[in-house]
Design a protein around this ligand. Structure first.
Ligand code: 1YM
Length: 649
């Protein structure tokens, strides 16, 4: 009897503990997912997919299916062994229940070496459950079909039961996110599509299938060669220098996979790195090791083969110009260390020399075998070195002249803000001189500066730094912002807290926006990272009452607002449709587009750098027709767009 009491007490204590763990997640979702916006919402799916991937990585099943259901739920299926269903002796509940209701349960059951995702294996399923209206698990395992269901943030609804027999094996998890937690519970096809594609590149030879019940769309991602295909997708439409090169070491405790290719035409460097399948946005020891190994291999080879002298060593930056590379490592969980903003940097120290030695020996071997390629590559590096030196001289010259010339250069076009409180100041980059004129008249002189642009800015993606600096528009812009450029750029030095791009709402305006964003992305990226770049949104309509002598009117930014305005004004309304900024006078422009109290701004943010990379490839590649189509189809700056996020001010 006493034993029974004790067991019951333990059981109750355990249940209370569990409940509070689930409640803890619901109380502070931000500690477990990236907020309750779209990123956090989709993370619920990634957590379940991660578990399915783990199973595939270990050799169980080669197909992962994600279904977006009409009722707003998402289902993830795999063909692995099936989630464990045996009774856990201490917790008094089936393993599957424990996995979905406790944090850190994963480690208690399994002993795998490489945790996918962020090394928090076992947390994911519980977080998804805690933030769901309901969650349903079906397990096909050892001849039986099992089912368990939770509701309202992880409370048990139907205990685990056998519901049939089967000769299949695998797991099915279906859940509906809780609208009480997430303001929007609508999953986005594009977001899931891009994520699954990325996973499919990293986990080759596994099918990732996405189906949308609503639209009937479906897609099967399957990459036989993984990272090679990743590079080939990123480099599509590019003229390349040499083929895709890949190396892998899957036998050592720290596994390395690398694929890379140089572009003959594209100047920026794109290295995407991963640790245990998690993207490391801020790089880390694996990325540093890759760079060091590559630089040393090329220099040593070039010196040994008397292509350059020891005194002419090529700088790593020049070697990486135009390089697209994926560096993926797998590290035993005990050694996995992340640091930095949102843990985006791999910090495991020993990875640095392991990766650099590996790349050094592999790349040396490759260029020894491909001598012609090696010579082409070195010539390209030398050209880049020369351009960089010339650019540095141009910059130094510009810096030397700054004191004398600054007033002259700026006064020509720029209407400066009076305040020296830089954080409060706003720079409007305005399309066209006439709109620029209105903006100058209508602005708040204390805090708003106007820089009119004439014509289309230069596409900075296929020119060198030196050539960019010769461009008058951009050199003026760099001087105006006053915080340097490229590697020397320091966002703390910016003379403006907000930089606002103001163009007409047409295709030309969209193209100008893209060219300016490309410039900021390539040369002043910290401004984007800090959310300092905005796009102004002039209204599309003005609705007024024809008979009203006071000319009362309402501005509308969308068709919906137009309808609302019409019904508010009532019978006898008139409509102006604005096709460009130039159609507004100074007062209208100020009121609708510049005044902090009534304007609408879009804040530019990079939510998924991979998407940006792919888009920039399309936007700035050699095929102009692709670019035009993309702009026409995609420049809808709303919250659904991964490049741009809307904020209403
Ligand atoms: C649709 C989601 O979760 N599949 C899945 C998960 C597990 C297993 C199999 C599994 C793992 C192991 C043994 C093991 C998980 N197991 C755990 C835990 N698909 C999905 N398929 N038997 C089954 O790793 O030893 C967590 S997830 F905790 F048991 F290890």
């Amino acid at each position: 009897m006493a034993d029974f009491d004790k067991a019951e007490k333990e059981y109750n204590a355990k249940s209370i503990e569990l409940l509070s763990e689930l409640e803890g997640i619901r109380k502070r979702p931000g500690m477990y997912v990236e907020g309750t916006g779209l990123a956090g919402l989709h993370q619920l799916v990634w957590e379940i997919v991660d578990n399915a991937e783990d199973e595939a990585v270990n050799g169980y099943g080669d197909k992962i299916i994600v279904i977006m259901h009409k009722d707003g739920s998402v289902e993830v299926k795999d063909e692995g062994r099936g989630l464990p269903v045996d009774m856990h002796p201490k917790a008094h509940m089936p393993a599957v229940q424990l996995i979905f209701t406790t944090l850190h349960s994963g480690g208690k059951f399994n002993s795998r070496t490489y945790a996918t995702s962020s090394g928090l294996h076992g947390v994911g399923a519980t977080v998804t459950n805690a933030l769901s209206e309901w969650l349903d698990v079906t397990v096909y395992r050892l001849g039986q079909i099992y089912h368990i269901r939770f509701h309202d943030g992880g409370a048990l609804e139907t205990p685990l039961e056998v519901i049939g027999k089967t000769n299949r094996h695998g797991s099915v998890v279906r859940f509906k996110p809780d609208a009480k937690v997430f303001p929007s519970v609508e999953f986005k096809w594009d977001t899931i599509y891009n994520h699954l594609q990325e996973e499919a590149f990293l986990l080759k030879k596994v099918h990732f299938i996405l189906e949308d019940e609503k639209s009937g769309l479906s897609h099967d991602f399957f990459y036989e060669n993984g990272l090679r295909e990743y590079v080939s997708v990123l480099n599509q439409n590019m003229i390349s220098l040499g083929s895709i090169i890949d190396f892998e070491d899957k036998l050592s405790p720290i596994q390395i996979e690398v694929a890379m290719q140089w572009s003959a035409q594209y100047y920026s460097e794109r290295i995407l790195s991963y640790a245990n399948n998690k993207r490391t946005i801020q790089g880390g020891t694996h990325e540093d090791g890759f760079k060091v190994g590559l630089t040393k291999a090329i220099n040593d080879w070039a010196i040994q083969n008397e292509v350059i002298k020891d005194s002419q060593r090529i700088d790593g930056n020049d070697i990486r110009e135009g390089l697209t590379a994926i560096v993926a490592v797998k590290i035993p969980e005990s050694k996995l260390e992340f640091e930095g903003q949102s843990k985006g940097r791999l910090n495991t120290p020993e990875v640095m020399s392991i990766v650099s030695n590996f790349i050094y020996s592999q790349f040396t071997y490759y260029i020894t075998e491909h001598k012609e390629f090696a010579l082409d590559l070195i010539h390209k590096c030398q050209a880049s070195q020369q351009a960089r030196n010339a650019a540095r001289k141009a910059k130094e010259a510009a810096r030397g002249n700054k004191q004398k010339k600054v007033d002259f250069i700026l006064s020509d076009k720029l209407a400066q803000a009076q305040s020296k409180d830089y954080a409060q100041n706003e720079l409007f980059i305005v399309e066209g001189d006439s709109a620029g004129g209105s903006a100058k008249k209508g602005r708040d002189r204390l805090h708003q500066a106007i820089l009119p642009l004439r014509g289309k800015p230069l596409n900075t993606d296929n020119v060198t730094l030196e050539r960019m600096l010769q461009n008058v528009e951009f050199s003026t812009l760099i001087q105006t912002i006053g915080a340097g450029v490229g590697q020397d750029f320091d966002p703390n030095g910016s003379h403006y807290g907000k930089i606002i791009i103001m163009t007409d709402a047409d295709t030309d305006g969209a193209h100008i926006q893209i060219l300016l964003l490309t410039f900021f992305y390539n040369y002043m990226k910290p401004l984007i990272d800090r959310g300092m770049i905005y796009i102004a949104c002039p209204p599309l309509y003005r609705v007024y009452k024809k008979s009203d002598p006071t000319r009362k009117h309402i501005y509308a930014w969308s068709e919906k607002e137009l309808d609302e305005a019409k019904s508010k004004i009532g019978a006898g309304y008139g409509i102006n449709r604005y096709k460009g900024l130039g159609e507004m006078d100074a007062e209208q422009l100020a009121q609708t587009t510049m005044d902090k109290k009534s304007r609408m701004l879009l804040r530019v943010s990079i939510q998924d750098p991979l998407i940006v990379e792919k888009r920039i490839g399309i936007l700035m590649g050699k095929d102009a027709s692709l670019r035009r189509t993309w702009i026409e189809e995609n420049i809808v700056f709303n919250e659904e767009d991964a490049f741009i996020k809307e904020v209403r001010k």
